[in-house]
Design a protein. Structure first.
Ligand SMILES: *Cc1c(COP(=O)(O)O)cnc(C)c1O
Length: 393
């Protein structure tokens, strides 16, 4: 049997070795604590589940949904964007439902990328931006995210001929994995850049509701003229602890939304309607859960940052997102460091290199871990003496 090149070309799965070790340890009854996965541990709020339960009984919701989503869902998204960001969206032309943001991100590449085309992709970044590009036959031009630039791509560092050739620019703030945030002034510069070079901007914003210390993330669409060049992906996954239900949205430029609709309608049949009804409840019902969850994540964030500093790692508390991005000591690769932490303390973290070459030198810890486990993990961590790296001479 012969598989397509696009499968062969997939980057090797970095966590194979770590996953194998976790499985062995767990089979020996060892309490392995994982900070690796960004998947909220707190259940979906009860008012949303109750609405889902009701909607599941209605036989109209047992049939194929429309690709673009229920008109009521698109209206709820439009109202939510207005209320939350002051952004006006036509629910019929500028909003589409997604089977989670990930689905839309993957399919978006098929809307813009022909073989040989260039996508501007952040490094480190969520892997789907580059994998989608690869699947469509395109090439990634990596935009390094550097601490000295606040983990924002330096647009001036992109060579002119690359910018002229590029079809899309991927961005995501609040950022996974760095936890960085972007302000409207930066988004405004991206809009000007995109107009200058005729590039479509694809902004991924699933952490727009997860923020701390009074900080409120902005939408890319708040920038002047953003709707001329951009769509934004958002999701109920992280905001409302709904990762398992698979629902999100793309919003913004109507031609871009229409292109996504045309690709999607040929490949999937939309989001189950009962899930859309639950999502309407999430977006239009009371929003108490957001502040409650952020208070929980903030407590966890402060504890994790404290524990990491205690063992000598360099780390800043993020203003938003679910992630702590910590610099590891010189002399280790992120993979070696993560393996050492697993071997010596039965703690799992994500090696930064899994998000791209520039992620090297860092590890990512997720705050989506139940409090009792988090405490156990941090206690173990606090007693850890990081051994000096083996000399590689
Ligand atoms: C979690 C995540 C997503 C995917 O969200 P879904 O709506 O669950 O598919 C997309 N982008 C980033 C950066 C994420 O961290």
């Amino acid at each position: 049997m012969k598989f397509a090149n696009r499968i062969e070309k997939l980057p090797p799965y970095l966590f194979v070795e770590i996953s194998r070790k976790i499985a062995v340890k767990r089979s020996q009854g060892i309490d392995v604590i994982t900070f690796a996965i960004g998947d909220p541990d707190i259940p979906t709020p009860p008012h949303i589940i109750n609405r889902l339960r009701e909607a599941s009984l209605d036989s109209r919701n047992h049939r194929y949904p429309e690709t673009e989503g229920l008109p009521e869902y698109r209206r709820a998204v439009s109202q939510w964007y207005k209320r939350r960001f002051g952004v006006s969206l036509d629910p019929d032309k500028e909003v589409i439902s997604l089977i989670g943001a990930k689905e839309g991100i993957g399919h978006a590449a098929l809307c813009f990328i022909d073989p040989g085309d260039i996508a501007l992709v952040p490094d480190p970044g969520y892997p789907v931006y580059s994998v989608g590009t690869l699947f469509a036959g395109g090439e990634c031009y990596w935009m390094p995210l550097l601490e000295e630039n606040g983990w924002l791509p330096d647009l001036d560092a992109i060579p002119r001929e690359v910018a002229r050739k590029a079809k899309v620019l991927w961005l995501s703030y609040p950022n996974n994995p760095t936890g960085a945030v972007a302000g409207l002034d930066y988004f405004q510069r991206v809009v000007e850049f995109a107009k200058q070079y005729d590039i479509a901007v694809l902004h991924d914003a699933p952490y727009s509701e997860i923020a701390y210390d009074g900080y409120k993330p902005v939408s890319f669409l708040q920038a002047h003229g953003a709707k001329d060049v951009a769509i934004e992906f958002n999701s109920l996954s992280k905001s409302y602890n709904m990762t398992g239900w698979r629902i999100g949205m793309a919003v913004g430029n109507s031609e871009m939304i229409n292109a996504l609709m045309r690709v999607k309608s040929n490949l999937d049949s939309g989001v189950p309607q009962a899930i859309q009804v639950a999502a309407i409840e999430a977006l239009t019902g009371h929003q108490d859960a957001i502040d409650q969850h952020n208070a929980i994540y903030k407590r966890r964030r402060d504890k994790v940052v404290h524990a990491l500093r205690q063992i000598g790692l360099k780390v800043q508390p993020p203003k938003a997102s679910l992630y702590i991005w910590a610099r590891i000591p010189e002399g280790y690769t992120s993979s070696e460091f993560a393996t050492l932490l697993l071997d010596e303390k039965d703690i799992v973290v994500t090696p930064g290199a899994g998000y791209g070459r520039q992620g090297e030198g860092h590890i990512r810890l997720s705050l989506t871990i139940p409090d009792a486990e988090l405490e156990r993990g941090l206690k173990r961590l606090a007693s850890w003496k990081i051994p000096p790296p083996k000399s590689k001479g």
